[in-house]
Design a protein around this ligand. Structure first.
Ligand code: FAS
Ligand code: PHB
Length: 389
């Protein structure tokens, strides 16, 4: 079996890369170790930057997003019960789209299935070979039968725990990491959102986030210690804790109900450098991880593959290697700015075990400066809605 670009991973990164390449006539095969249902069952991101919306439109999968997604002009930050709204449209003329990662993934899967492009789900023992030369290949097992896929390029879109980055020789990568001393306990509930826009709350008891998926489905998070067990959190305990961390008006308005999903995600910042090794490219969570506080994870995966698709199309259509040669530096420049913003949002909004009284005053000063300065508010707005590609 042979293809032009072998993509490992059918998450949003791999699927969007596949769509962009297929639309330009560049053949791909996607290898995914899980089933479609399993991939769709993972509840993750909820906010799309304007650039991601434009990429999904370019990939031809924007119709349902525009029909069902919620365009948000801003967010609210709440510090110890005091709220301030940041109006992105007024500050910098940009917005974000609230449309769940599950829906993005489903739209991309359906478009790929309709196009007939090959996706091998439940591909086991995926391994990558000879990506340092000009005849790379990917091997995998499907229903007990071993296969080899010859290709021109391999795109590692297989997430933080994937095989692509793990296949690099020792010393090939430089990695940077910050593990945060807490996690996010998230729940999904079929009740109307507590507010029209997202509320990020800082409280002495910990961070909380009020988000949503639609006018009838809400997503909430509270910061929990790293060793917390989700089984120890009944719905009632969650709702009580959330009410204590947001302002009174929001707490009074909260519509609670039985959770349909409940899980704890750890938070880390991570970057691998470089992102290109001969015929192998890393993109999305395979290359970097951000704490979800800045709503950047999914959006970085999209911007990575937007650049990679452009580079590979240039290689095949214009016979130029400039894009693939510049891929790593171009993507990392934007990744590090998103890492900074996600780290900064996490640092000001969460409670850290080793923060002293001075540190807590610094967090409060960040909030007061943000809400009192047009320049600081515009900075938050341009980072949250997404820096240019
Ligand atoms: P993904 O991890 O989505 O996809 C990688 C795919 O590769 C998976 O389907 C996996 O099964 C497959 N794979 C792995 N190893 C393989 C192998 N050896 N062979 C074949 N396939 C393999 N981001 C936000 O912006 N906001 C959030 O609220 C948010 N919450 C998150 C919660 C959790 C628990 C996690 C883990 C992440 C969260 N993220 C959030 C980040 C998340 O949305 C990622 O940024 C996004 O999924 C990145 O997409 P991909 O790079 O495609 O990686
Ligand atoms: C979500 O709705 O899941 C969400 C929204 C914004 C974030 C993180 C998660 O920053």
């Amino acid at each position: 079996m042979r293809t032009k670009v072998a993509i490992i991973g059918a998450g949003p990164g791999g699927l969007l890369l596949g769509r962009l390449l297929e639309n330009a006539g560049v053949e791909t095969v996607i290898l995914e170790r899980r089933s479609q249902d399993y991939v769709l069952g993972r509840i993750r991101a909820g906010v799309l930057e304007q650039g991601t919306v434009e990429l999904l439109d370019k990939a031809g999968v924007g119709e349902k997003m525009h029909a069902e997604g919620l365009v948000h002009d801003g967010v609210e930050l709440c510090f110890d019960g005091e709220k301030h709204r940041f109006d992105f449209r007024e500050l910098i003329g940009r917005t974000v789209m609230v449309y769940g990662q599950t829906e993005v993934t489903r739209d991309l899967m359906q478009a790929r299935d309709a196009s007939g492009a090959a996706t091998i789900y439940e591909a086991e023992n995926v391994s990558i070979h000879d990506f340092g030369g000009d005849k790379p290949s990917v091997r995998y097992t499907k229903d007990g039968v071993e296969h080899e896929l010859a290709c021109d390029f391999i795109a590692g879109c297989d997430g933080y725990h994937g095989v692509a980055r793990a296949s690099l020789p020792d010393g090939a990568l430089k990695t940077f990491e910050r593990v945060y001393p807490f996690g996010w306990l998230g729940i999904l509930v079929d009740k109307p959102p507590v507010a029209d826009e997202l509320i990020y709350a800082h409280h002495a008891r910990g961070f909380a986030l009020c988000s949503m998926r639609s006018p009838t489905r809400s997503r909430y998070y509270v910061q929990v210690p790293l060793d917390e067990k989700v089984e120890e959190w009944s719905d009632d305990r969650f709702w009580d804790e959330l009410r204590r961390r947001v302002d009174e008006e929001t707490a009074d308005r909260l519509v609670t109900g039985q959770s349909i999903e409940k899980s704890i995600a750890p938070l880390r910042s991570f970057v691998a450098e470089p992102l290109r090794f001969g015929r192998l490219f890393l993109a999305g969570d395979a290359a970097h991880i951000v704490p979800p506080t800045g709503a950047k994870g999914l959006n970085l995966a999209a911007s990575d593959v937007g650049v990679l698709a452009e580079a590979l199309i240039e290689f095949y259509i214009e016979r130029s290697s400039a894009g693939i040669d510049g891929y790593s530096a171009r993507v990392l420049s934007r990744v590090w700015k998103a890492e900074r913003f996600s780290w900064w949002m996490t640092s000001i909004l969460h409670t850290f075990p080793d923060t002293d009284a001075f540190g807590r005053r610094m967090q409060r000063a960040e909030f007061d400066y943000l809400r009192g300065s047009q320049a600081a508010s515009r900075s938050l707005a341009e980072n949250y809605t997404g820096l240019p590609f």
